[in-house]
Structure formats: C-alpha cells, structure tokens
Write a protein that binds this ligand. Structure first.
Ligand code: NAP
Ligand code: LUD
Length: 283
C-alpha cells in the first residue's frame, strides 16, 4: 500500500516557516505585499483567489485585491498592472487565469514586471528556468518539487513521465525534473499509447484535467505518483487525474486530491512573494 504524501501537512509546516520570516522582515520595516487580480466570475477562480488571500493574512503578507468585471477592457487591466509594477508596497502581482476571451493572456503576463512575477509565467522567468538559473519558479510545479524533496524522492537517473504540457504545469515541471537529472518524457493528447509511457515511469506526474483518466493498472510497482489534477465530479466531489485507490495498491507513494498539490501551490506563492520582498529590500 502506498505512503500518502500529505501536501496539506507539508504546506502547513512551510507556511509556519514563512510566518516567522515575515515577522523577522516586519521588525526591519519590510512588509511583503501581494496584489491579487481576478477578472470575471469563474467559480473555481473565485475559490482559489479567496484561498490565496486568506493564506496571505495567515502568514502576515499584505494582500491587495482587485476584482474586476468580466467585461473589463484589456487596456484597463494593462493600466492596473502598470500601476502595480510601480507601487513600492507591492512585491508580487498575480493575475488569476483563465482570463476572459477578449483579453490577450500573453500580453497581460508580459506586462507584469519580471521582478514581481510571483507566478513565474513571464517569458523572462520561463527562460531563466529553462537555462537552469531560475528567478521566480511557477507555484504548482515548484510545489511538486518541494513535496518530492520532503518525501525523500530522489530524481537523479530516474524515469519521470509527465502527462500534460501546459505552460502552467506540465512544461515547467518537466524542466525542473530535468534539472534534477531525471530522464523526462513529456506526454500530451497526441501521444501514442499513453499506457505504455506511464508503465515506464519511476515517477509519474499527471496534469491532464481529465478525471481518473490514468488507470491504476498502468502504474509500475513501487512508482511515485504525483497527481496535479483537480477535477470536480458531480456537485461536490473532487478527484485527480489518476485512479487513486487502484494506483495506491501499486505505487510506493502517492499524493491525494484534495490535500495534495493544491495547498502546495498556494504555499509557494507566499514563498515567492516573501523572496521578492527580500530581494527588493536587499535583505
Ligand atoms: P490544460 O492547460 O488544460 O492542459 C492539459 C494538458 O493535458 C494538455 O497538454 C493536453 O494535451 C493534455 N491532455 C488532455 N487530454 C489528454 C489525454 N487524453 N491524454 C494525454 N494528454 C492529455 O491544463 P492545466 O492547466 O495544466 O491543468 C491540468 C490539471 O491540473 C487540471 O485538472 C487543473 O485543474 C489542475 N491544476 C491543479 C493545480 C494545483 O495547484 N493543484 C494547478 C494548476 C492546474 P494538448 O497539449 O495536446 O492539448
Ligand atoms: N492562475 C493558478 N489558475 C488556476 N485545491 C491555481 C489552484 C489551489 N495566475 C494563476 O492557483 O497558480 C495559479 N496562478 N492556479 N490553481 C489552479 C491554477 C491560476 C488549484 C487548486 C488549489 C490553486 C487547491 O488548493 C485544493 C486541494 O487540491 O486540496 C482543493 C480546493 C478546491 O476546491 O479546488
């Protein structure tokens, strides 16, 4: 039976350490500040944004919230980002995705100062990651790496299979694993025989967004399974991209959904914001 990698517990430990660090900075007159921008009414985004705001309050980070209507013109959003880029009280700017269709997401992400880009989505930060000299690392993949480290998962020489190639999760986590000397296979919707690829994995990272599409029987005996997927089925139930119960019978360690990668994402956002404030203050 697999060991459960408890993201909630690891997140709570790190948030405790962040709170201590925020206190230390405050004593020196530095208050880390995060601007959280939400455009529109996407229900999942509303939940995540309010979780982020609460997490900031819990550790003592100042959070400045901007909730804009869905029909906000792109120019108005760009003007807000420009203002936040120049605001000395703000060390991190987060624009929750997805954005409404009339807004060019790439243009918005490129407008955020790379030095306040706590999501790590600006092409400057993506490039820094790819060359192995990261400044801000994107929160979800960063959280995955920290979880694996905490769980004692050694990556050098291992076969890592990532399913999903989004800019938010799949691509960056693949580069992070490569940096840790894993041999990485990056799969997507055009991959032939996904089951065969998954069977090779010493470490499987699933970020597909399809409820339980990765079957328990595909998992190699003793593999580590990291399930990034958060899929709502029915009214309330959340499931991952992997068949949890069946995969648990074969894996040596597995992350649950909820309580796995999700809480780590928010924790790394807090971490990046504090790092940004420290860099700005030359602390
Ligand atoms: P996304 O942008 O929709 O990307 C999904 C990826 O999965 C794409 O690369 C797609 O391939 C691939 N894919 C889709 N169907 C597939 C199939 N049948 N076989 C193989 N690959 C397939 O999603 P995302 O933003 O990366 O999110 C993925 C999941 O993670 C979602 O459930 C999301 O809610 C969750 N998530 C969780 C967190 C967290 O903090 N826990 C953070 C972010 C995302 P193509 O590129 O070929 O289309
Ligand atoms: N946009 C993210 N869009 C969506 N789940 C998140 C997320 C927490 N700019 C920007 O925060 O990093 C981002 N930056 N994302 N996501 C997804 C993605 C973004 C997803 C899940 C959770 C953040 C989370 O804590 C809980 C869990 O898995 O235990 C369950 C709570 C629930 O109802 O999903």
């Amino acid at each position: 039976m697999a060991k459960i990698i408890d993201g909630k517990a690891i997140a709570a430990k790190i948030r405790g350490e962040i709170a201590v660090e925020v206190n230390r900075l405050e004593a020196k007159g530095v208050k880390p500040g995060l601007a959280v921008v939400l455009v529109g009414e996407d229900p999942a985004s509303k939940v995540y944004v309010s979780m982020k705001e609460k997490a900031c309050q819990d550790v003592g980070i100042f959070s400045d919230e901007y909730k804009l209507p869905a029909e906000t013109p792109e120019a108005e959003l760009l003007a807000l980002i420009d203002k936040l880029n120049r605001d000395p009280c703000i060390h991190g700017i987060l624009v929750q995705l997805p954005l409404p269709k009339h807004i060019d997401t790439e243009k918005v992400l490129e407008a955020i100062s790379p030095h306040k880009d706590v999501d790590g989505f600006h092409p400057y930060n993506v490039g820094r990651l790819v060359v192995g000299k990261p400044l801000f690392q994107p929160c979800t993949p960063y959280g995955v790496m920290v979880m694996m480290k905490e769980a004692g998962v050694e990556l050098a020489g291992k076969e890592v299979v990532v399913v999903g190639r989004s800019n938010i999760v799949g691509k960056p986590v693949a580069f992070m694993c490569l940096q840790q000397h894993a041999t990485v296979t990056l799969c997507h919707s055009k991959t032939r025989d996904l089951a065969e690829k998954v069977r090779m994995a010493d470490v499987l990272i699933a970020a597909v967004g399809q409820p339980e599409m990765i079957k328990g029987e595909w998992i190699k005996e003793g593999a580590v399974v990291i399930d990034v997927g958060v899929n709502r089925v029915g009214e309330k139930k959340l499931v991952g991209d992997v068949e949890f119960e069946k995969a648990s019978l074969r894996a040596s360690a597995i992350t649950p959904v909820p309580g796995g990668v999700g809480p780590m994402t928010i924790t790394m956002l807090l971490y990046n914001t504090v790092e940004s404030a420290k860099r700005e203050a030359k602390d």
